[in-house]
Design a protein. Structure first.
Length: 471
């Protein structure tokens, strides 16, 4: 009998519960909150600048990036903990920690306290995310997993997409703390139902060590890269300091890879990357995650600072794109189960590149929402719905059950690194006090390039069922 940790302890007469969907929604509610939390502050960024006037834009970017750096670094050991110690246990601990930290964020009276609370929130988010996907994978029979994973990814993509819209409304009507308090009702439901509904067998008896060295190297590398970009035009930083930060990032990344090759229990098992599909999907996730974060941050900056929309109006104006994510992802997931993920990843990347090209060339300095903005928004919603869930599905398509949590955690961590770079690049291009339409040109140009790189990388992805079974 395999020693793999299982999520559900079903009755002896059944291999699976009568319906896996209640399990899916318990797991997905928490991931919805985590994904929404990663983008909801895009809408609150201007309000935070007014609430903490002593902080610079680069300082405040760490309210977003401190969360994302720690989230990215903690996802991988959290996946291992879920596989070893029980996915239900780790999932519930993560949800509880995320909710407590959300309250701490809301009551913060200084930027330093807010950043510290965001770090704790990131640890909770990292614990629950890979456990959630493992729960979903174990709950469904093999023939339904492509649809379930695509829908799981779609829930996260939708949450990340509507985060700015919802955040705009909450921040405008109730103040920036409600960008965090909004997590509490749904999070409490997931915690309550998860404690009652989820069942699991005991995990493997052998306890693996957490790779603190690898985690530290990764945090320093990613943090130094984000610091280099966000502070690139800061008068407080000299060129030699910026070069030193960039060099630190590169050196720590090289040290991380070298350590992973020799450590007994490395943070990232490099053997995972022997699968060409897995390697290509993670590189594509890095490129697309960067473009995705840039897009939403730039949306709000353009609408509020170039078109001078109010925050609620900007949030409402962004909504049509995210509404296309779920139906697109459902259709894509059903077809990917038969055809594989490659056609949807490639076509979706091209559509997403088209949205960046539209926003680069068409909108002007004067508002013209229906003809100049909405078509680009529709293209972005369809592109996100095709690509983001498919990346999550393709990443785990060829993994054995024992590596579900760790393998998916690596992919989610790579996406978060992309988000860090996307936020840092957006702050660099349009985070200064005086912004013009021309400042958005390089940003949307990079959006197009990253989308095309995503499509090129996905040309080698092969997740067709017959291809995976034959390999």
């Amino acid at each position: 009998m395999s020693s793999t940790t299982h999520v559900l302890s079903a009755p002896a007469s059944h291999a699976l519960p009568a319906s896996p969907w209640p399990i899916f929604w318990i797991a997905s509610i928490a991931v919805f909150l985590v994904s929404m939390d990663s983008t909801v502050l895009f809408a609150a960024f201007g309000t935070l600048r007014r609430a903490f006037p002593e902080a610079t834009a680069a300082d405040l970017s760490w309210v977003l990036n401190a969360y994302t750096v720690v989230f990215a670094a903690m996802l991988i050991p959290a996946g291992g903990l879920a596989d070893i110690h029980g996915r239900k246990r780790v999932f519930l601990i993560g949800v509880a920690l995320f909710l407590v930290a959300s309250v701490a964020c809301g009551i913060s009276s200084s930027v330093e306290f807010l950043i510290a609370a965001r770090v704790i929130q990131a640890i909770g988010a990292a614990l629950l995310t890979p456990a959630s996907l493992s729960i979903v994978l174990d709950a469904f029979p093999k023939e339904q997993r492509a649809v379930a994973v695509s829908l799981w990814g779609a829930v996260g993509a939708l949450a990340a997409a509507i985060g700015p819209s919802l955040g705009a409304y909450l921040v405008d009507q109730m103040g920036w703390p409600w960008a965090f308090y909004v997590n509490l009702p749904l999070g409490a439901i997931s915690l309550w139902r998860g404690a009652a509904k989820l069942r699991e067998l005991k995990g493997a008896s052998k306890m693996h060590r957490v790779d603190w060295v690898g985690m530290t190297l990764l945090i320093i590398s990613v943090g130094a890269a984000a610091m280099t970009i966000t502070q690139a035009d800061s008068p407080q930083w000299r060129r030699t300091e910026l070069l030193a930060a960039a060099a630190t990032s590169v050196i720590m990344l090289a040290a991380f890879v070298a350590w992973a090759r020799t450590a007994r229990y490395p943070l990232v098992d490099l053997a995972l990357f022997r699968d060409h599909t897995y390697s290509a999907v993670n590189l594509a996730t890095l490129a697309f995650g960067t473009a995705f974060a840039m897009m939403f941050f730039a949306f709000f900056e353009y609408m509020t600072r170039i078109w001078h929309y109010s925050l609620p109006l900007a949030g409402l104006a962004i909504t049509p794109g995210p509404l296309l994510v779920i139906p697109t992802a459902i259709i894509t997931g059903r077809l990917a189960g038969r055809l594989g993920h490659r056609p949807f990843l490639v076509i979706g990347s091209l559509i997403y590149a088209s949205s960046g090209l539209w926003l680069l060339l068409v909108p002007g300095a004067e508002p013209s929402y229906l003809t100049h903005w909405l078509p680009g928004l529709f293209l972005s919603g369809i592109g996100v719905g095709m690509v983001l869930p498919s990346l999550s599905g393709a990443a785990v398509a060829g993994l054995p059950a024992t590596h579900y949590a760790v393998g998916s955690a690596v992919n989610q961590a790579v996406r978060q690194v992309g988000s860090i770079l996307g936020v840092a690049l957006t702050v660099f291009f349009v985070g200064h006090a005086s912004v013009t339409k021309a400042d958005f040109g390089p940003l949307y140009g990079l959006h197009v390039v990253l989308s095309l790189i995503t499509g090129l990388l996905c040309l080698v992805v092969n997740t067709r069922p017959q291809a995976r079974s034959a390999s």
